[in-house]
Write a protein that binds this ligand. Structure first.
Ligand SMILES: *Cc1c(COP(=O)(O)O)cnc(C)c1O
Length: 411
């Protein structure tokens, strides 16, 4: 017997037989469900049970599961080249960057692997921009209550959620938090050290809170007036989810920096920082990097996702499906007014603020073979794939109503 086999058969490894393995660190409160495969909007267990997926891996699987063109792109690339690092040019990066530049406000793109990294890159870009343009004293960033920017040390400080900061030592300095979408408080927080304002146009984890378009326009004006960069976190609300390629387009403004991830990889880990030429000034050779960022596999999938989302009519269809979903959920609210307080959101980034506990509703929905995600403020999120059908929307609303009915109303 080889030494490695012997090591894997120690009693420690053998002890676990059923339920979640303790070998996986317990950082998540997971549902006790294991899926074996996916087909479009459906996830299937090893026993063949089919679940309607309105969580989409948290707004990641924009084209659903096992989309043929993504499978083709990934397998074709897998036969050619997986990884070279950024010591060399990567053709897929140049192609995806040029296409993102053509489709958005941006002139420059930096690729990474996740949303937190994209936000981290945005923070570094903003600080470096002020540094290289003669304002090294400007390094603080205004953020908003309810924000979520990821789980690295800097992004938990930016998000400001006390639950995520507790026990990790002094928070990274340089973030000033104000109430969400409040202009006077935002302006009052601007000081001589302020470098930028950082906001999710639609807060996802924070409970599906939509920043009004007027507020986004006011922020743009405020940034221009004070020499600040406007930084957007479109990790969750971007990539077609609101019915525009990026959510800020609804307000008719453009940012200086934008972090994206989740949907842009359609399920392959991929993040990016998009920047104007001006805002990208600080990130010159040697200032930032990532070994895996923009690797050929990720780029092949990223290009294939973009093909689908930029296909003429795709975003129109997202907007049509949004109306269907909103109508279906409004009907659920009418039917169960003691359970549902409000339907909110933009596009297929939808939330229901509930009057009954969200964890109980998520469990009851699993009982109806419907997958949904929670969010702060007792909100349940419905984030289906963007290519969902009308029938699946109607089906999900029925399942949700049945699930809600099983959860007792508190009196
Ligand atoms: C999910 C999310 C992040 C963090 O992304 P990870 O890939 O989990 O690091 C950052 N910002 C927003 C708005 C998100 O929804």
């Amino acid at each position: 017997m080889s030494a490695s086999l012997a090591a894997s058969e120690t009693p420690k490894a053998a002890a676990h037989t059923t339920g979640p393995s303790p070998a996986v660190m317990a950082t998540y409160a997971r549902q006790d469900l294991v899926f074996e495969r996916g087909e479009g909007t459906w996830l299937v267990t090893a026993e063949g049970e089919r679940y309607l997926d309105f969580a989409s891996g948290i707004a990641v699987n924009v084209l659903g599961h096992a989309h043929p063109s993504l499978i083709a792109a990934l397998t074709e690339q897998a036969h050619k080249l997986w990884h070279t690092s950024n010591l060399y040019r990567v053709a897929g990066q140049e192609r995806l960057a040029e296409r993102l530049v053509a489709a958005t406000f941006a002139d420059r793109v930096f690729f990474c692997n996740s949303g937190a990294e994209a936000c981290e890159a945005a923070i570094k870009a903003a600080r470096r921009y002020q540094y290289v343009t003669g304002h090294p004293e400007r390094w603080r960033i205004i953020t908003f209550e309810g924000a979520f920017h990821g789980r690295t040390l800097a992004t938990i400080a930016a998000g400001g959620n006390p639950r995520y900061l507790e026990g990790f030592g002094p928070p990274v300095e340089g973030f000033d938090q104000v109430p969400f979408a409040e202009l006077a408080a935002t302006e009052a927080a601007i000081g001589p050290e302020t470098a930028a304002i950082f906001i999710e146009p639609v807060q996802g984890e924070g409970g599906i809170n939509v920043a009004p378009p007027e507020f986004m326009r006011d922020l743009r004006a405020l940034c221009d007036k004070h020499g600040l960069l406007l930084m957007l976190d479109e990790v969750q609300c971007g990539m077609g989810r609101t019915g525009k390629l990026f959510a800020h387009e609804w307000a008719g403004i453009t940012p200086d920096l934008m972090a994206v991830a989740k949907g842009i990889g359609g399920g392959f880990p991929l993040g990016a920082l998009l920047a104007t030429e001006e805002a990208a000034k600080g990130l010159v050779a040697g200032t930032h990097g990532s070994t895996f960022g923009g690797n050929p596999l990720a780029m092949a999938v990223g290009n294939a996702v973009l093909d689908a989302v930029l296909e003429p009519g795709f975003l129109d269809q997202v907007r049509q499906r949004t109306l269907r979903l909103k109508q279906a959920l409004a009907a659920v609210q009418d039917q169960l007014p003691d359970h549902v307080e409000e339907v909110r959101g933009e596009g297929l980034l939808t939330g229901l603020k509930l009057k009954v506990p969200v964890p109980a509703v998520i469990k009851a929905a699993i009982g109806e073979k419907l997958l949904v995600a929670g969010a702060s403020g007792n909100v349940v999120r419905m984030l289906p794939p963007l290519n969902i059908t009308d029938e699946e929307i109607a089906d999900a609303a029925e399942r949700l109503a049945r699930a809600l009915e099983t959860v007792p109303v508190q009196t």
